[in-house]
Design a protein around this ligand. Structure first.
Ligand SMILES: NC(=O)c1ccc[n+]([C@@H]2O[C@H](COP(=O)([O-])OP(=O)(O)OC[C@H]3O[C@@H](n4cnc5c(N)ncnc54)[C@H](OP(=O)(O)O)[C@@H]3O)[C@@H](O)[C@H]2O)c1
Length: 494
């Protein structure tokens, strides 16, 4: 396999868009600044918006940062990087436009062996026509090896199991599964990558990581923002498709799967698939849907979801969902997993909370044998964002002559412990992996199908029964029914 030092052409389709400008180009510059791009590379942006090369470079520059090259050298490094960026205007479904792109790329590519990476940073509605145009224009190498062609596609991968299967099948006519990198950027986050390390490289966790010792697990994704001008996109998908079916389910899989034999990408993904297949599909009687209405935060008024001009005024799309899942395997039988995701909430927080069972025959219960008078159970909190942290809550004696106990936190706060290190953006990690051909952090076809199987019956039930989401005020903690659902399964508030 050619190494990442071989020449590469990176083609960003949808280069005028939000993701390309805010994430992809800054991540590519970060890789360049750290010496991770091969010496011979070029980046070609493609989209319908009319732009010349200088305008394109100016737009890219707006979001580049000097975090990896502070000081005077930064401006020069940016100019060097931008001088390798080119732009081509064209329609996504037009083979002629892609033939023009092909000619441009061939002129820019100096040597005969040039790998090509295609990043589809476009709405899902144009995925297929774009992929076909790329294929029909002869841009994709058929060989698995030198020179390689790889495609990165962004979620959402379909709307449900059936549409996802169709998309996979159709894209498969252009790119093989080995050439396809389905990105879930949560998998590139530091703390998510740390999940396997925490679990499998520490003796203190894994022996207790099962139904005998763990009472329940909560996985929360909370955002204190509106749809931020992306209401039109969001309304077609909703919070389950946008966050839960991918980010939260991936977190759940990594937190609960069996230990793979080694770190080979196939074995890691096999372990995740096996786990996903053991999850009982989410059901409507163990789910709560909400939608934020108008609210006030610090004296500032926020519009409700339906007041967003890009959202239909009668939209039933949930901006909040809570579900309880169960995993039918020996390790997790009977343990409830509470997944909760919401926009327009009071805080921004993504975390996994693992609540252990209370100690049996605890001699510190006062009075003895009275469970409600016992010290609280241990809890392990893995905070993904903001402020990455691992916090283990233990019961501790308060110093003094009296026997007083309090839960205390053994905490690993990244901003204290690793303050001298720069935490890479998820897209930096993932783009580097694509260039190096490492597929561990990308979603395999059967993994995607298994993830849709968990949520497709719930989504269909919600849509056929036209469930009206429960209203909650912007800036609140979401509908109280979400907490009530958790309580039904013995899960208290965070
Ligand atoms: N933005 C994010 O933070 C984010 C995060 C995770 C995943 N994603 C996914 O990444 C992809 C790109 O996201 P994005 O936010 O960059 O999207 P975007 O800004 O809405 O669209 C990207 C580009 O696609 C073209 N486009 C937009 N709507 C189109 C339409 N209806 N038909 C044809 N072309 C259209 C536009 O370029 P031209 O008009 O110039 O052709 C636009 O600049 C999407 O699949 C999205 O779900 C985005």
């Amino acid at each position: 396999m050619p190494s990442a030092s071989d020449p590469v052409t990176i083609v960003v389709i949808g280069a005028s868009g939000d993701l390309a400008r805010k994430k992809i180009f800054p991540a590519l510059f970060a890789l360049y600044a750290q010496g991770f791009l091969p010496p011979d590379f070029r980046i070609v942006g493609f989209a319908r918006s009319a732009m010349d090369h200088p305008t394109f470079r100016t737009r890219i520059m707006e979001h580049l940062t000097c975090r990896y090259v502070p000081g005077e050298r930064c401006a020069d490094r940016m100019q060097e990087f931008l001088s390798r960026c080119w732009y081509r205007v064209g329609d996504y479904g037009s083979m002629d436009a892609f033939l023009g792109l092909y000619e441009m790329i061939r002129e820019l590519e100096a040597g005969p062996v040039t790998n090509r990476l295609f990043y589809l940073a476009i709405p899902p509605s144009v995925f297929l026509s774009t992929a076909r145009s790329i294929g029909n224009a002869g841009l994709v190498a058929c060989e698995a090896s030198s020179p390689w062609s790889r495609v990165v596609i962004e979620k959402p991968f379909g709307n449900d199991r059936e549409s996802s299967d169709l998309l996979v099948q159709e894209l498969g006519h252009v790119f093989t599964e080995d050439q396809t990198y389905r990105i879930d950027h949560y998998l590139g986050k530091e703390m998510i990558q740390n999940l396997m390390v925490l679990r499998f490289a520490n003796q203190v966790f894994e022996p207790l990581w099962n139904r005998r010792y763990i009472d329940h697990v909560s996985i929360t994704w909370a955002e204190n923002l509106t749809t931020e001008g992306r209401g039109g996109y969001f309304d077609g998908f909703g919070i389950i498709r946008d966050v839960m079916q991918n980010h939260l389910l991936q977190m759940l899989a990594l937190a609960t799967m069996e230990c793979p034999a080694d770190l080979n990408p196939t074995h890691v993904r096999d372990a995740k698939v096996q786990l996903l297949k053991a999850i009982e599909p989410a059901s409507i009687d163990r789910a709560v849907f909400g939608q934020y209405g108008p609210g006030q935060v610090d004296g500032r008024a926020f519009l409700g979801y339906r007041d967003d001009p890009t959202v239909p005024p009668v939209s039933r799309t949930p901006t909040y969902a809570a579900v309880v899942l169960h995993i039918h395997n020996e390790r997790w039988k009977g343990v409830p997993f509470f997944l909760c995701a919401g926009k327009g909430l009071s805080v921004r927080r993504t975390e996994i909370r693992i609540r252990y069972k209370v100690v049996k025959n605890n001699p510190f219960c006062r009075p003895l044998n009275c469970p409600s008078a016992c010290p609280p159970a241990n809890e392990l909190v893995i905070r993904v964002q903001p402020d990455e942290a691992v916090i283990l809550k233990v019961v501790n004696k308060v110093p003094g002559l009296e026997l007083t106990m309090e839960p205390q936190a053994l905490d690993l706060l990244y901003h204290d412990t690793f303050h001298q290190l720069l935490i890479p953006d998820a897209y930096e990690r993932l783009l580097l992996d694509v260039l190096q051909g490492d597929r561990s952090l990308f979603i395999r076809r059967d993994e995607l199908a298994a993830a849709w199987d968990v949520f497709t019956p719930l989504l269909h039930a919600m849509e056929t029964q036209t469930v009206e989401p429960i209203h909650y005020a912007f800036g609140s903690d979401g509908p109280p029914e979400g907490l009530a659902l958790a309580e039904q399964f013995g899960i208290g508030p965070a």
